[in-house]
Design a protein around this ligand. Sequence first.
Ligand SMILES: Nc1nc2c(ncn2[C@@H]2O[C@H](COP(=O)(O)OP(=O)(O)OP(=O)(O)O)[C@@H](O)[C@H]2O)c(=O)[nH]1
Ligand SMILES: [Mg+2]
Length: 326
Amino acid sequence: MDPSQAARAIRGGDRRVMARVITKLESTLDADYVEGQAVLESLIAESGNAIRVGVTGPPGVGKSTFIEALGLHLVEQGKRVAVLAVDPSSPVTGGSILGDKTRMERLAVRPEAFIRPSPSGGSLGGVAHRTREVMLLCEAAGYDIVLIETVGIGQSEVAVASMVDFFLVLLLPAGGDELQGIKKGVVELADALVVNKADGEMVSTADRTRADYASALDLIRALNDEWRPRALVASALETRGIVEAWDAVMEHHELMHRSGHFDERRRGQARAWLWKLVDEGVARAFREGSGMKDAIAREEEAVAAQKTTPAAAARTLLAAFEARRR
Ligand SMILES: Nc1nc2c(ncn2[C@@H]2O[C@H](COP(=O)(O)OP(=O)(O)OP(=O)(O)O)[C@@H](O)[C@H]2O)c(=O)[nH]1
Ligand SMILES: [Mg+2]
């Protein structure tokens, strides 16, 4: 694959080439990955123009249904929408956590939409990293909005929050005033909480739940003073509350642009990503360096047997690493 030719095709909206490059970026073969990177590098200047929205929430809350309804709303507005997923493999089953049930069939048939499931296998770090690169590719291909689905357990929502402009957390209507199934940390990341499945018998429960979350949000200091995270209700199934949720995204977007926080957040995210890659590279070089494996085994054993302190062992290993680099 010639990188500049592939880049041209992607700019021109060639989805077949795009899918091929994404497969390369997701490949565990170094040679393929490098090829994919070469294409991404020639497109990087054209990335960054989409509005990036993360959607998280517990399994089955309706993330895919919500994203499909939102995506359809956006394509009706003449927007081009890319949908990506960050799905860490389950440590228990080894399989993916996000259900395969919803394939967003109505959105998938729209030529204005591009839907890409999560890269399979690999660590969360690896999966999130690939999704980030695919997002940039989608932007260079002219998609106006990138929606990223991730399941609201473990660290995946933190990974997604660190790559989007707006982080939307879906929740279920809860009985009484219990704020069930949500960790404080996730609420702190949220730019909006949406109580989904506000339909049928659940309408009034959903309204109450929304009010409870709204008061909970009042107690948590906003990330910055300009934006106060919203609590909303929706029925993804009946396509209600979708427009209101999108209005919140747009309002947030305009506010962030006016204040300069938009660029600040993006620059901070890009810098953090750079350092994550550097840290990973250094850690790999450290562990795989010649002679390091034996030294590491030795020091690990010494620490386990309380023959040395972890600090002293770390010093020894770092000195060994330094020495072999000179
Ligand atoms: N009543 C009702 N059901 C809904 C709503 N949104 C989604 N559902 C249903 O809830 C089930 C799960 O929906 P999904 O969209 O697959 O949920 P998800 O959060 O993407 O699920 P995972 O990806 O498996 O975590 C499906 O049977 C949907 O039809 C809603 O607003 N109201
Ligand atoms: Mg889903």
